[in-house]
Design a protein around this ligand. Structure first.
Ligand SMILES: [Zn+2]
Length: 357
């Protein structure tokens, strides 16, 4: 694994515009990256399948999953003053949305800069200053002064919107800053795992999937899991970090503390035998891991583990500070540990091992 190559991929994936249902740019990057080491195909939900060229079709199938979409918004109404009402795509907290810069897709496919408008403080009562508006009451302003002008810029009902953020990397501490690390760090990890294993003799087949529409309810993965028919799955995630607001003893997803594995979340109890096996493997290989017991959150694993006869599924995450807001921080060392662990896990699998889960 080459850190420079990984950072380059994470950077382009993070900057790509891909809210739920509009994953096209992310898919295009996946195609371009994986064409050297995988057979590439796509379905009409915009799930991108990256199958190892060495797959035989006769061995257990290991599915690697990472969702391509990011939380964003969609334009609902263009108002006479040129601003636009919008709705969330995925889970946003309303107090993180105002006064942020966004990109809105115009009808010609270009992306136009806008801001989530907020009433100037000079026009607020004391009571208004203290409270955060609902997303339904907010508007996006692209600088137009009438609905006609907004339409002339290619604005239309149904246009997707993403945060306008550019990737940055701090070499001094190996920390990345950007948008959509949930789950573009996962998409990148999936590619790096396939790249690492490329040309290697394995006892399993491996297909990676960039899945669509996770943030609106695990939708793309339902089709992907039926298509791949996995015998075991590894889900990559950018998981919300907890280390800036919890006391030390309760931190389970800290930035720079290693790959995060969850025993449980709202959608899945991780197969305890696969969980133990993966943790032991990490310890044997000196790969730092964190164990989380999550009372919130869910991943695509919730769907995959309930397909077929039941699929042992483990979720390996890179902690992301401030997931589901415009800006996140993640550590490149956590990312590399996620890739290392997944590579070791795939290498260790065969039909017999999988049958013990
Ligand atoms: Zn995610």
């Amino acid at each position: 694994m080459n850190r420079k190559t990984s950072l380059q991929l994470i950077s382009t994936l993070s900057d790509a515009n891909g809210p739920s249902g509009f994953e096209d740019e992310v898919i295009a990057l996946g195609r371009k990256t994986a064409k050297d080491f995988a057979a590439v195909s796509e379905d009409s939900l915009r799930n991108l399948y990256l199958s190892r060229r060495e797959n035989t079709g006769t061995r257990p199938m290991v599915m690697l999953d990472a969702h391509a979409d990011e939380v964003g918004f969609m334009i609902r109404t263009i108002l006479p003053n040129g601003t636009m009402k919008f709705m969330p795509l995925g889970g946003w907290s309303s107090y993180t949305v105002p006064a942020s810069k966004v990109r809105v897709r115009a009808l010609d496919g270009s992306w136009i800069s806008g801001v989530v408008a907020s009433r100037p403080v000079h026009y607020m009562s004391a009571a208004e200053r203290g409270k955060s508006p609902e997303i339904a009451d907010m508007v996006i302003d692209i600088g137009a002064t009438s609905a006609e002008e907004a339409v002339s810029f290619g604005m239309a009902v149904g246009a997707p919107v993403v945060p306008d953020v550019s990737f940055e990397y701090n070499e001094k501490n190996g920390v990345m800053l950007g948008k959509a690390f949930d789950c573009r760090v996962g998409c990148s990890a999936l590619c790096d795992v396939l790249r690492e294993l490329s040309g290697e003799e394995l006892a399993v087949d491996v297909t990676g999937v960039f899945t669509s529409q996770e943030e609106v309810g695990d939708r793309g993965v339902q089709v992907a899991a039926q298509t791949v028919h996995p015998d075991l799955a590894i889900v990559f995630e950018g998981a919300p970090a907890d280390d800036t607001f919890l006391p030390e003893a309760e931190i389970q997803t800290g930035m720079g503390r290693g790959a995060m594995l969850r025993h449980i979340d709202v959608g899945m109890i991780t197969n305890p035998r696969l969980m133990r096996y993966t943790l032991d493997l990490a310890h044997e290989n000196g790969i730092p891991v964190q164990e989380a017991v999550r009372t919130g959150g869910r991943t695509n694993g919730a769907q995959i583990n309930l397909t077929g006869q039941g699929v042992p599924t483990v979720v390996i995450s890179v902690p992301v500070r401030y997931a589901h807001t415009h800006h996140g921080f993640s550590s490149i060392s956590d990312y590399e540990n996620v890739v290392r662990l997944a590579v070791q896990l795939v290498r260790s699998l065969d039909e017999e091992v999988i049958s013990t889960f």
